[in-house]
Design a protein around this ligand. Structure first.
Ligand SMILES: Cc1cc2nc3c(=O)[nH]c(=O)nc-3n(C[C@H](O)[C@H](O)[C@H](O)COP(=O)(O)OP(=O)(O)OC[C@H]3O[C@@H](n4cnc5c(N)ncnc54)[C@H](O)[C@@H]3O)c2cc1C
Length: 302
């Protein structure tokens, strides 16, 4: 399995852009805001909420960070103009976290103030472990400044996460819990599939005990079932199930039919190629899923 995943990653840079585009298409709304608008509208029509992600990470210049912040402003305006059921997710490296922390802070505070006027939540995505402390610190700063409409993401794969849950609990945060997509060293992260699942469940329990508003972001059926057992009887505003665009869409529909709130993560932007390659290279397992998914579509019944 691992050999197959790594082989897929090795050949990726040699794959023509047009092929990567076809492979990436189900997972990305498109390159323009209009693409994101129509994807979100279609999800809303199926009873699903969305979170809009403007592609662009690890920028090299301050003007790139500003232009990502502006793209998010446009997304907020479009969400309001079309009365879409959507919020936004941002990656701090796209706002200059590794370039200029003061700029990053200024841009995020500006965007959160704008979102607050629209009543739209801004969630800080969680990137690799070199950004965890800074991301949680900025989240705390935003809350200390009185912004309630902000959320954060915690990664079950990280050994520190249960402690982070306990430390954040007094804030009763809005948390998206996911496994974590980045390959991290053993000293920082659980490596085993079952260990990560066990950590996910432990964090889920701790977040529910703390009364948090919880977004459960996983396509892992075993975890979905554990989560559903735990949220049974909770009011709809306390939790939602989250999935990525193009992944297990039929499961998402079934969750909606069963009465659960579901939100789909909708990335869009010019940088779809870089995003796709990086996502696949960051985690060979994802490359393996995607390759198998594509094979299944090309060779039905395989
Ligand atoms: C809404 C949402 C937001 C996220 N935000 C973050 C974040 O801020 N930071 C972060 O580090 N990670 C984030 N992730 C990614 C997450 O950490 C995992 O890497 C990803 O969800 C895969 O883990 P899984 O729980 O779905 O379980 P897995 O066991 O990895 O996957 C279960 C099954 O889902 C399918 N699957 C999973 N991913 C894909 C895919 N990409 N393509 C095709 N099939 C797939 C496969 O069939 C697989 O067998 C997010 C995930 C979601 C759903």
């Amino acid at each position: 399995m691992k050999v197959f995943d790594r082989a897929v990653v090795r050949v990726l840079p040699a794959v023509p852009r047009s092929v990567v585009r076809r492979v990436a298409a189900p997972y990305i709304a498109g390159s323009t805001l209009d693409d994101a608008r129509s994807t979100v509208a279609a999800l809303n029509a199926e009873g699903m909420r969305a979170t809009v992600d403007v592609l662009g990470e690890e920028i090299a210049r301050p003007d790139e960070a500003r232009s990502i912040a502006n793209a998010y402003r446009d997304a907020l305006a479009a969400i309001a103009a079309d009365s879409l059921d959507a919020n936004i997710s941002i990656k701090l490296t796209g706002f200059g976290l590794k370039l200029d922390q003061a700029l990053c802070r200024e841009l995020v505070f500006g965007l959160v103030a704008d979102a607050a006027e629209h009543g739209t939540l801004v969630r800080l995505d969680m990137e690799d472990s070199s950004t965890t402390d800074a991301t949680l610190a900025l989240y705390r700063e935003l809350r200390a400044a009185g912004y309630e409409g902000v959320g954060v993401v915690l990664q079950a794969a990280l050994r520190r996460t249960l402690d982070d849950v306990l430390a954040l609990a007094p804030l009763v945060p809005s948390v998206r819990l996911c496994k974590g997509i980045y390959v991290e060293p053993q000293s920082l992260a659980f490596q085993g599939f079952e260990e990560i699942r066990a950590s996910f469940v432990a964090c889920l329990d701790a977040l529910l005990d703390a009364g948090c508003r919880l977004a459960i972001a996983t396509h892992d059926e075993w975890l979905i079932e554990r989560a559903l057992e735990r949220v049974d009887g909770l009011p709809r505003e306390r939790y939602e199930m989250q999935m990525l665009l193009g992944v297990r869409a039929e499961r998402a529909r079934r969750l909606v039919a069963d009465g659960h709130p579901v939100r789909v993560y909708v990335p869009y932007g010019e940088q779809w190629y870089e995003y796709s390659l990086r996502r696949l290279q960051e985690n060979p397992r994802v490359a393996g899923y995607v390759a198998k998914d594509v094979l299944a579509r090309v060779v039905p019944g395989r």
